[in-house]
Design a protein around this ligand. Structure first.
Ligand SMILES: [Zn+2]
Length: 477
């Protein structure tokens, strides 16, 4: 019988914090600026420059630690992690090794109806590196230091996950908590959330861990899933052939669906860590923790509770909507404007979800405003447009955030309520479809549907279906 293997996965998740300025200087953290415009002597590692810690970084890190059930370290400090790389101008990174800000937490995940705790080993604060841009045409590499010194927290899990599904559930949970806290936007594509996957396999039932590899450069949930499946298969193959897995860092190429070795994996001693002499230790008092706790915004569980009391929407809808803070924000804002929470929830649950799926979008990618969704609901409710036109207009709202009122006006999409116009069209449809008319009169109810369809087509979808139905029946009697 073939051997059974178990996959053991631990994650290192880097999250860029949403501070306006960098961790040790006053430079902006805004994404997408021209290269090297958000820099100063501190974040480009000029000799003699000195770091000054951004207090907001500590507070965001504390907030994330508290929300993930960690113990906050009362006296924590920074250490230097020494390594040479062009994106790292100081030749060391200011990070935390000995006394990280938070330890021993957990988050609860749910997969296939089963709940499970994934333990968090520790969480530390550090600075991000710059970005190398490789120009293959010119055969050169350029460096942009805008990202150098952007604050990060690194959240290190215990090796508690056993499948790609659990990993994704864990990442989604972290992202949800951090977004709710407002501590980061957690965009994988823009790199404000990045995951390194440590993976090993072992024979099922064994209590010893196998040799692990680390995979970097994973910037979507899809890439993470693929990388896990690919690496699991690669390691099992090696073991089946009696070969050893080498402890190393591998880079996953999602286009080639393959990983390749980058370098042998370093241990902490390779970095020659030592206490950062330019920064004083951070002493965290009970009062400070209390203050951070009291400023904590409404998290998902509380929001769900409130929705139950405030809005008459199904529990299932409330759960889906509150899964993402940006979706919940959109819902609440639109409901506040049109005062029809149930309708807003329907539009989000059905049409929005359908289009998001079609375009492979996340709730954070939604670009339409709550105002325009509310306007569309009002138009449909007042009978200005019928439901199929409303769906058509919504696609425009979804894609371009058009003003539905203006759009309906400009494209002549208002439902025709004029009985005279409708009667003329109906007379023509009746005259053109004698067979369907006979069928209906002989008791075939279905034939009426065909006539309604013809009428809607003739009216370019702008008739009121209820009115068409009623008038047709009357005219055919
Ligand atoms: Zn700077």
């Amino acid at each position: 019988m073939a051997k059974q293997y178990e996959t053991v996965i631990g994650l290192e998740v880097h999250v860029e914090l949403a501070t306006r300025t960098k961790i040790f200087c006053g430079c902006s953290t805004a994404f997408g600026a021209a290269p090297n415009t958000h820099t100063c002597p501190v974040c480009t590692g000029m000799p003699g420059s000195l770091p000054v810690l951004n207090k907001q970084v500590v507070e965001y890190a504390m907030a994330i630690g508290l929300a993930t059930n960690c113990r906050i370290t009362r006296v924590c400090k920074f250490d230097r992690k020494n390594y040479f790389y062009p994106d790292n101008p100081q030749n060391y990174q200011i990070s935390q090794l000995y006394l990280p800000i938070a330890r021993d937490g957990y988050v609860e995940i749910e997969t296939g109806g089963t709940k499970k705790k994934v333990r968090i080993h520790e969480m530390h604060m550090e600075e991000d590196a710059g970005k190398l841009v490789h120009d293959e045409w010119d055969d050169t590499s350029l460096v942009d230091y805008n990202r150098s010194g952007v604050p990060l927290v690194e959240i290190v899990s215990e090796p508690d996950m056993r499948s790609a599904e659990e990993v994704i559930a864990y990442l989604e949970k972290l992202r949800q908590i951090i977004q709710y806290l407002g501590a980061s936007d957690c965009k994988l594509q823009e790199g404000s959330m990045r995951a390194d996957v440590n993976l090993s396999v072992r024979e099922a039932g064994s209590s010893r861990f196998g040799t692990r590899t680390e995979m970097k450069n994973l910037n979507s949930f899809k890439a993470i899933s693929h990388a896990i499946e690919g690496e699991r298969e690669r390691q099992i193959e090696l073991l089946e052939e009696g070969k050893a897995v080498i402890q190393e860092t591998r880079r996953w190429d999602d286009n080639k669906e393959n990983s390749y070795a980058m370098r042998s994996k370093e241990d902490a001693q390779d970095y020659r860590y030592f206490p950062e002499p330019d920064l004083v230790p951070i002493v965290i008092s009970d009062e400070w923790i209390q203050a951070v706790k009291s400023r904590q915004p409404e998290l998902r569980t509380e929001k769900l509770e409130r929705y139950k009391k405030e809005f008459d929407i199904p529990q299932y809808d409330a759960e889906i909507i509150t899964e993402s803070k940006s979706m919940a924000d959109l819902f609440e804002a639109a409901a506040a404007i049109c005062k029809k929470p149930k309708k807003v929830s329907n539009w989000l649950m059905v049409e929005t979800m359908r289009l998001m799926k079609e375009h492979g979008m996340e709730p954070e990618d939604l670009r339409f405003s709550p105002e325009n969704l509310a306007k569309l609901i009002d138009l449909a409710d007042a009978g200005v447009i019928n439901s199929s036109v409303a769906k058509e207009v919504f696609e425009k709202v979804f894609a371009e955030d058009v003003d539905p009122k203006q759009y309906v006006e400009e494209h002549g999409l208002k439902t025709v309520h004029d009985e005279g116009t409708l009667r003329t069209t109906l007379e023509k449809v009746i005259a053109d479809n004698p067979q369907a008319v006979t069928d209906y009169r002989n008791g075939k109810e279905k034939a009426l549907g065909a006539l309604v369809g013809q009428t809607m087509k003739a009216m370019k979808g702008k008739a009121n279906p209820g009115m068409v139905n009623q008038m047709l029946r009357e005219m055919l009697e």
